[in-house]
Ligand binder design. Sequence first.
Ligand code: AHM
Ligand code: MG
Length: 341
Amino acid sequence: MVHNTDTSVVTIERFIIEQEALHPHASGDLSGILRDLALAAKMIASKVRRAGLVDILGTAGSENVQGEMQQKLDLFAHETIFKAMDHGGRLCAMASEEVEHLIPIPEQFKRGKYVLLFDPLDGSSNIDVNVPVGTIFSVVRRVTKGDHGTIDDMLQPGRKQVAAGYVVYGSSTMFVYTTGQGVHGFTLDPSIGEFLLSHPDMKIPAHGRYLSVNDAYEQHWTEPVRALMRRYRGLDGKRDAMNVRYIGSLVADFHRNLLGGGVFAYPVNAKSPSGKLRLLYECNPLALICEQAGGAAIDGVHRLLDVKPTELHQRSPLYIGSKADVDIALQMLAGTTNRHT
Ligand code: AHM
Ligand code: MG
């Protein structure tokens, strides 16, 4: 469904209801999860907006106020999502990058058929310099039968996700999600407190301008990764040089490349031998969005969505973005161990 945004104002609530109507057998549970997440996103956005005021409004005089605020915002975001999602009767368990183990649904609430995995506030070390941060989420259908969800419900390959999305708290707040029928973006109008459809059916350019990688790790990369980065930079004469853009805040870097095209890479390096980013909370949800937008996402040698996770907090290398640019990584890294030894 493509809306004419010149003439119609479509709230995220209405969009979700209209999408649900396309599936006559839908129970409404997934729609409810998305609506609850949109509410949590608004609450987090409002808090993040005030982060810079902490020195004048907060506990002035105490040490390391900014640092504490960052910490608190991570936990605030975690708690906000948990509290928005624990009582809807739609989830049987949750997992958060901020928490070591699976998070059960409290006994007093009904359990449902879905599992939610999330990174509550990614890139939060950037808050004290006013750089965008983000929330990332992933929803899968449970596969176990008991009352509560288990780790087996969490450790499913990314292709099993029924919904995934992110929120970027930038110069405006955007909520971007997919349920497997394209990628749709909504911008928060703070004056009315509503996410409005601003980017229907988002598509990533087939190849792009931007290379996003932290090349301070160059000395710690493997030789195939170094060769790949030389290719992206046009230094081996085999393609035009890309422009380097690296915020260091995954959601913001990914969002820019989704709109402008290009590739984000977080390769293995000697300091992070298996990569830094988390497969379940960061890589998989963005991989589903990217594929739905016509792009690609790999761990270097495999399609990310086919990787079978073995641990909740598993790390993975990540190459994500425009298909033609990711394919170059796939070709140049084929046959490598994809681990720094
Ligand atoms: P976090 O989950 O501790 O916030 O770390 C994740 C962040 C990503 O947003 C970003 O892409 C990456 O770490 C940057 O790492 P580096 O500073 O090593 O380049
Ligand atoms: Mg993170």
